[in-house]
Design a protein around this ligand. Structure first.
Ligand SMILES: [Zn+2]
Length: 144
């Protein structure tokens, strides 16, 4: 199983699970890979795993809603839950921890947490990849 970091033309980043890189290419060419947020099928592969930044300041993307909104919502919830299960929650130490990983002072891993928009900007300026990810409050409780 291969986990790929993907991005749609609207800059939504998400993970896709594939049997192999070839499997991804094949599904992509048949337009079976779509953005869980907006449904776009022109998906491209990102080179490395982004760190997750669950900023409180982020709002959901304002793309127009797809025909079946509730199905999409369920899909997004599942994807988010997967992300939550696969990342280490560092809470409000996010900026500090992201820097430590970036400068090899801590083991490389996917982390998530909360930071201020100012801190997130500073991290990006330092070349640290962060991804804002809106998480419904309902998902946070049982997992932390
Ligand atoms: Zn998208």
């Amino acid at each position: 199983m291969k986990v790929l970091d993907l991005q749609c033309p609207h800059d939504h980043r998400f993970e896709g699970w594939f049997a192999s890189a070839d499997d991804f290419e094949s599904q992509l060419s048949r337009k079976l890979v779509e953005c869980p947020i907006c449904g776009a099928t022109e998906v491209s592969r990102l080179p490395s795993a982004p760190r997750l930044n669950l900023s409180k300041a982020t709002s959901a993307p304002s793309d127009k809603a797809p025909a079946n909104a509730s199905e999409l919502q369920a899909h997004v919830m599942r994807a988010l839950r997967e992300v939550l299960e696969k990342t280490e929650n560092v809470g409000d130490r996010f900026a500090e921890e992201a820097r430590r990983i970036h400068y090899n002072e801590a083991p490389a891993r996917s982390i998530r947490g909360v930071t201020t928009p100012e801190d997130a900007r500073a991290l990006v300026e330092e070349g640290i990849d962060v991804m804002p990810l809106p998480v419904p409050a309902a998902l946070k409780e049982p997992l932390q």
